[in-house]
Design a protein around this ligand. Structure first.
Ligand code: NDP
Ligand code: GDR
Length: 432
C-alpha cells in the first residue's frame, strides 16, 4: 500500500492542501494519507468531514493519537465505520468525487471551484458558449484555475444542452448556482428571470432524475425569499414573502428542489444564503458598486457616487466562507435545508461610511441619493440566524464585516492601479 505521510502541525488550508494532493494521486488504487494534525479535534473533524478522499485514510493527532477505529469523538465515528466497511463515500465507488457546477463563472462558482479543487475533486462547469468565445472577460474569475477545470458549453434555457452534459459524465455532486441573480434586473425583465431561474432549475433536476438520480443536488436559495419578513432573525421555518420576480423565482426553485427530494427520494438540499460578497462580486451589486467607486475616488477619477436606498439593511458575509457551507450540506447523511448568514446587519449607509473611511474620506462628501436606484418594492431588513448550520454542519463565518469591506476596497484600489482606467470602466459598465 502506498502511503503519503505529512508531518507537522497544520493549519486548515495546509491540511486541505495535503488531502487535495493525496486525492490527486488517486491513480494508485491502494493509498493512504497519514497526517499529523494538531490536537484540535474540531479542525481535524471539519477537514475530514470535507475530505473527498475517504478510503484508507488514517490520521494521528499529536499529541494524543486519533487513529482509525480508536477515535473518541462521536462525530468522527460514523466516518471511521464507513472506512472499515470500505465505503469510499462516492456514489460511483471511485475514490475521487466529481462535481458539476452551474454558474461557475460567477462569484460563488469561482470560489466553490477553488475549494473543491483544493479538496481533490474533479470539477466540471457549465458555461454559456459566449463565455468560451470571450474567455479573457467572461472567464476572468476562474482564469487562475481554468487548467484544472473541465468546462462544458450549455445554457439554463436549453434542456438539451443540460441533458447532453449530464449524460456524458457521472457526477457525485451538482451545485446549481447559475441564475439571473440581480434583483433590480428582475424588475426590468421579470420574464427572462423566471424562465432562467425556474425552468433552468427544473431542467437541472429533471435531467438528473432521468440520468443520475444518485447525484447530490444543491440549490442556491436566497434570503430574498423571505422578502417582507415575518420575523427577525429569519430561520429555516420563517414563512416566505418574496418582493421581486427574482425572489419569486427562488421560492419556486426552493419548492422544486424540495419536491424532487420528497417525490423521488433524491438527495436535494436548499441553501438559504444571505448576501455574500467579496472582491469578485459583480459591479452591479451595491457593495462592489461602492468599493469600485471608492477606488476611483481615491485615485482622482471620480468624485460622486449615486446610490438608491441607503437605509436598506443587509446581513453581509464573504462568499469564500459561504461556499464551504454549500459543500458541507452535500456531505451530510440526510438532505435538509439550511440558512447561512452572519447574524449581523448593516445599512448601505454604514457600508459606504466604512468603505470611504478606509481611504480617509467622509461618505457625506461623496454619496448622493438618486431615486432611479430605488426598487419598486424593497426588502428593508434581512438578518439570518444560522444556528442550524453551525450545529449540524459545524460551519461558521471566518471573516468580519469590517474585514470584508476592507478587502474589497483594497482589492479594487489594487486592480485599478494596475489596470488601465478604460478597462476598469468597461468592467464597471454593468453598474445600473
Ligand atoms: P453571479 O451573478 O456572480 O453568477 C451567476 C452565474 O450564473 C454566472 O456564472 C452566469 O454566467 C450564470 N448564468 C446566468 N444565466 C445563465 C444561463 N442562462 N445559462 C447558464 N448560466 C447562466 O451570482 P453569485 O455567484 O453571486 O450567486 C450564485 C447563486 O447564488 C445565484 O443563483 C444567486 O441567485 C444565488 N445567491 C447569491 C447570493 C449572493 O449574495 N451572492 C445570496 C443568495 C443566493 P455568465 O458569467 O455567463 O453570466
Ligand atoms: P440584493 O443585493 O438585492 O440584496 O441581492 P444588491 O447589492 O443589489 O442590493 C442590496 C441593497 O442595496 C440597496 N441599494 C442598491 N443596490 C444596488 N444594486 N445599486 C444601488 O445603487 C443601490 N442603492 C441602494 C438595494 O435597494 C438593496 O436593498 C443580492 C443578490 O446577490 C441576490 O442574488 C441574492 O439572492 C441576495 O443578495 C441575497
Amino acid at each position: 500500500m502506498r502511503c503519503t505521510e505529512v508531518e507537522g502541525l497544520f493549519d486548515e488550508p495546509s491540511l486541505r492542501r495535503a488531502y487535495g494532493q493525496a486525492a490527486r494521486e488517486r491513480a494508485q488504487k491502494e493509498f493512504s494519507v497519514k497526517v499529523m494534525v494538531p490536537r484540535t479535534l474540531s479542525l481535524c473533524q471539519r477537514v475530514m468531514a470535507q475530505a473527498p478522499y475517504r478510503p484508507l485514510l488514517s490520521t494521528e493527532s499529536s499529541p494524543g493519537a486519533v487513529r482509525a477505529g480508536h477515535c473518541h469523538c462521536k462525530q468522527l465515528s460514523p466516518f471511521y465505520s464507513r472506512l472499515s466497511q470500505g465505503n469510499c463515500g462516492t456514489s460511483r465507488g471511485h475514490c475521487m468525487k466529481k462535481a458539476l457546477i452551474t454558474g461557475i463563472t460567477g462569484q460563488d462558482g469561482s470560489y466553490l471551484a477553488e475549494h473543491l479543487i483544493s479538496l481533490g475533486y474533479e470539477v466540471h462547469g457549465i458555461v454559456r458558449r459566449v463565455a468560451l468565445e470571450q474567455p479573457e472577460r467572461r472567464l476572468s474569475r476562474i482564469a487562475h484555475v481554468q487548467n484544472e477545470l473541465k468546462l462544458h458549453s450549455g445554457s439554463l434555457e436549453s434542456y438539451p444542452s443540460i441533458f447532453h452534459v449530464i449524460s456524458r459524465h457521472e457526477f457525485d455532486e451538482c451545485y446549481h448556482l447559475a441564475a439571473q441573480s440581480f434583483v433590480a434586473e428582475s424588475f426590468a425583465d421579470g420574464f427572462s428571470t423566471m424562465s432562467v431561474n425556474v425552468d433552468g432549475t427544473h431542467y437541472m433536476l429533471a435531467a438528473l432524475r432521468e440520468l443520475q438520480p444518485k447525484c447530490r443536488f444543491y440549490f442556491a436559495g436566497s434570503s430574498e425569499m423571505f422578502g417582507r419578513v415575518r420575523e427577525r432573525p429569519q430561520i429555516e421555518t420563517t414563512p416566505f414573502h418574496p418582493r421581486s420576480p427574482y425572489g419569486i423565482s427562488k421560492v419556486a426553485g426552493f419548492y422544486l428542489t424540495m419536491n424532487y427530494r420528497e417525490a423521488y427520494d433524491m438527495f436535494c438540499v436548499n441553501g438559504i444564503l444571505f448576501n455574500h460578497e467579496g472582491p469578485r462580486r459583480g459591479f452591479e451589486f451595491v457593495t462592489r458598486k461602492i468599493t469600485s467607486a471608492v477606488a476611483r475616488i481615491k485615485l482622482g477619477l471620480q468624485s460622486e457616487l449615486r446610490l438608491g436606498n441607503l437605509d436598506a439593511r443587509r446581513d453581509w458575509g464573504h462568499s469564500a466562507d459561504y461556499v464551504l457551507a454549500m459543500h458541507l450540506m452535500l456531505q451530510q447523511d440526510t438532505p435538509d435545508d439550511y440558512v447561512v448568514a452572519t447574524g449581523e446587519t448593516h445599512t448601505v449607509r454604514e457600508f459606504c461610511e466604512l468603505a470611504l473611511s478606509e481611504v480617509d474620506l467622509d461618505y457625506r462628501d461623496h454619496v448622493t441619493v438618486d431615486p432611479q436606484f430605488y426598487r419598486p418594492s424593497e426588502v428593508d431588513l434581512l438578518v439570518g440566524d444560522a444556528t442550524k448550520a453551525r450545529r449540524v454542519l459545524g460551519w461558521e463565518p471566518q471573516r468580519t464585516f469590517r474585514q470584508l469591506v476592507r478587502e474589497m476596497v483594497l482589492s479594487d484600489i489594487e486592480s485599478l492601479s494596475h489596470m488601465n482606467a478604460v478597462h476598469f470602466d468597461m468592467m464597471q459598465a454593468s453598474v445600473r
